[in-house]
Write a protein that binds this ligand. Structure first.
Ligand code: HXC
Length: 271
């Protein structure tokens, strides 16, 4: 059993990241998304830094589990709409910028999401890429892409459906309605819900507990669970991403994202 009762020492790493913070505490790593002014909107640079940090901790034999968090107000309010709004279907497809996300799936060590505030769109999808989810009572989850004239593009249509079932996923994805932490707990979208002062500590405690187990067993267990979960997921993910890219050829995507940035309701034409 790991010794989690001794006083923890948090070491904040010196690194060149500008959109995330990284730290280690005992045998775990903590990655904090750090674009608070835009509610941790997930731009390409942040995702590159995040996946780079995850790969580094995955290789570090002193680390047994990784916590991803975003601060109390927002885990992440989605992919960066400003960055995406002027994309064209061809450019976004050829550059395949969202392929960075696939690197999260390659991480062998368990990842625990500590989620408070907004976990929307890509934020909710990032969370669903994690292995265990600890939420605060203020957390709110959703896939609001439909309001921007697009659809989830980083696994939402596939993972949410597998987690909560067809009808609930369909409702959330087609209406964009956010759900509370209590509702998310009831639908099995999160492991547990704690007061905002406690959720991060709970996630760290759980991470340390797991990090104290046999690392090879933990990694093989994670791999086996995901193998079962993953069957026939790949085709669905490819299909989803193609459709997501394709939507950048639509007027509604341009209008939906422009309207968001101009803080006005979108006028969709269905074209
Ligand atoms: C860029 C964002 C953003 C986002 C918030 N901001 N979400 N910027 N991309 N996803 C910015 C706002 O423009 C604003 O900047 C600042 O963060 C604070 O946000 P407010 O809207 O002023 O805060 P509030 O009124 O509290 O509303 C919070 C909110 C709202 C409900 C979360 O911001 C919101 O609806 N955000 C968009 C959520 C969304 O649609 N996510 C899906 C994105 S598409 P300024 O400069 O005005 O202060 C997506 C596709 C995934 O995720 C595809 C694959 C990865």
């Amino acid at each position: 059993m790991s010794d989690v009762t001794t006083k923890s020492q948090t070491n904040t790493s010196q690194n060149s990241y500008t959109n995330i913070l990284t730290a280690t505490e005992d045998n775990i790593a903590i990655v904090t998304l750090n674009r608070p002014k835009v509610l941790n909107a997930l731009n390409h640079e942040l995702m590159t830094e995040l996946t780079d940090a995850l790969a580094g901790f995955d290789q570090d034999s002193a680390i047994g589990a990784i916590v991803i968090t975003g601060g109390d107000r927002a885990f992440a309010a989605g992919a960066d709409i400003k960055e995406m709004s002027d994309e064209t279907a061809i450019n976004i497809m050829l550059q395949n910028k969202f392929a960075t996300w696939d690197k999260i799936r390659a991480v062998k060590k368990p990842i625990i999401a500590a989620v408070s505030g907004f976990a929307l769109g890509g934020g909710c999808e990032l969370m669903m890429n994690c292995d265990i989810i600890i939420a605060s009572e203020t957390a709110q989850f959703g896939q609001p892409e439909i309001n921007l004239g697009v659809i989830p593009g980083a696994g939402g249509t596939q993972r949410l459906t597998r987690i909560v079932g067809k009808y609930k996923a369909m409702e959330l994805i087609l209406t964009g309605r956010p759900v509370t932490a209590a509702e998310a707990l009831a639908m099995g979208l999160v492991n547990r819900v704690l007061p905002v002062e406690l959720y991060l500590e709970e996630a760290k405690t759980l991470a340390k507990q797991i990090a104290g187990k046999s690392q090879v067993a933990v990694q093989l267990a994670k791999e086996a669970v995901l193998k079962n979960y993953d069957m026939s997921l790949t085709e669905g993910l490819e299909f989803e991403r193609k459709n997501f890219y394709m939507l950048f050829a639509s007027d509604d995507q341009k209008e939906g994202m422009k309207a968001f940035l101009e803080k006005r309701p979108a006028k969709f034409t269905g074209k």
